[in-house]
Write a protein that binds this ligand. Sequence first.
Ligand code: 4AD
Ligand code: MG
Length: 462
Amino acid sequence: MKRTRIAELFRRNETDIEVLVKGWVKTKRQSKKVAFLAVNDGSTLHDLQCVLDVSLFDEEQLKLITTGASVAISGLLVPSQGQGQAIELQVRKIELYGPAPADTYPLQKKEHSLEFLRENAHLRFRTNTFGAVNRIRGAVAYAIHHFFRERGFIYLHTPIITGSDCEGAGQMFQVTSLNLERLPRTETGQVDYNLDFFEKPTHLTVSGQLSAELAALALGEVYTFGPTFRAENSNTTRHLAEFWMIEPEMAFYELEDNMDLATDLLKYLIGFTLEQQADDVAFLCERYDNSLVDRLRHTLTSDFVRLDYSEAVEILTESKRNFEFPVGWGMDLQSEHERYLVEEHFGRPVIVYNYPKDIKAFYMRLNDDERTVRAMDILFPGIGEIVGGSQREERLDVLERRIHELGLPHANYWWYLDTRRFGTAPHSGFGLGFERLLLFLTGMSNIRDVIPFPRTPGNAEF
Ligand code: 4AD
Ligand code: MG
């Protein structure tokens, strides 16, 4: 007999058919006559209740079938006698693939702390929580591709190893094939990168944007969706050293078009999640964050505020709040400021734009005031910055001046500048942090819980 996934059985909701399921035992209850196994195969949050007539099975074998064991079970699907499920399986045959001895299997309790599960990240997929989170993660990744494909965007693969530093922040992981114990030196004592793999220093990329710009200025609308890396030592619930970013880049888009697209994307993904992953969202809402569903619905239907940075500073100043970081024109918004604007002042997402040039990257288009750039950050409740983007500086002379002002190595950007030399055009793009989005969609509060294998300072075990 062919195996059927449990989600499929629930979807079809047929009874009086013989089926074969394979999965892992979540719980087992046993009396003298009957045993109940809750079996889960990852395809859905819901376990299949399997009922065994104890007298028909080998006692020693039954003893080995405990929480965590993997099994193949066949039998007759019948309407359930008990509460809580429509169908259950009357077990005819059971095969044990792998036991999970109760005295050593770590996941014995019904609920474990998220901290404990982080320390057991290799097993946490087996919990309802991480099943739900990872099903949502996979589904939303699909929805992102669907959204862009429907709009005619081309999915572009940008390099992970790079010779340039997109954000100019200088907090990158270096990639080298040199022996760190015995570095080759030049006569003047510098590391001799001519002997390194790429014959120059290289790093893991912080963003695919610069490469995406090259493609957008020929293909029109493109997007990347891949891992990015930052070696900043921020041990917060919002930062990862390795995270995934969605980066669309569009020729002929101005800042307002960019905001429209980002808003459409976010709303589409929220709607998709509420609709397609309703069970998982409902579970997370009940377990971790009672306001999750309401917040998702509210965000879906609310207009995102568009707020000039200078106005944002005014609102913050007038709030008379005692912020830890004092408010003043020119400062970067701290998360306390972002949360005040989004959660208290407006009560909905806010897009802040026209930031001071000194706190933003070199590639953002300079405004006529020469003090601000066409940047935009989208701020979400409970998250803070979820999207960062801008209209790009398409004027060669202005861009060269910015690179010079910021003391960036001009020679590293010759290929980028070529796009402004030949057929330059207005264009825009943004980066959506995939894990920040997932924090919002799942109601989880620590970013380490929405990526299967988190990379944070001092942590790369699994
Ligand atoms: O604002 P950022 O740094 O923008 C860029 O990298 C641009 N090159 C994107 C573009 O215009 N194509 O990062 C974009 C988003 C942030 O808004 C945030 O959601 C997420 O990436 N992000 C992080 N997520 C997790 N951990 C980190 N350390 C993150 N740093 C940024
Ligand atoms: Mg940013």
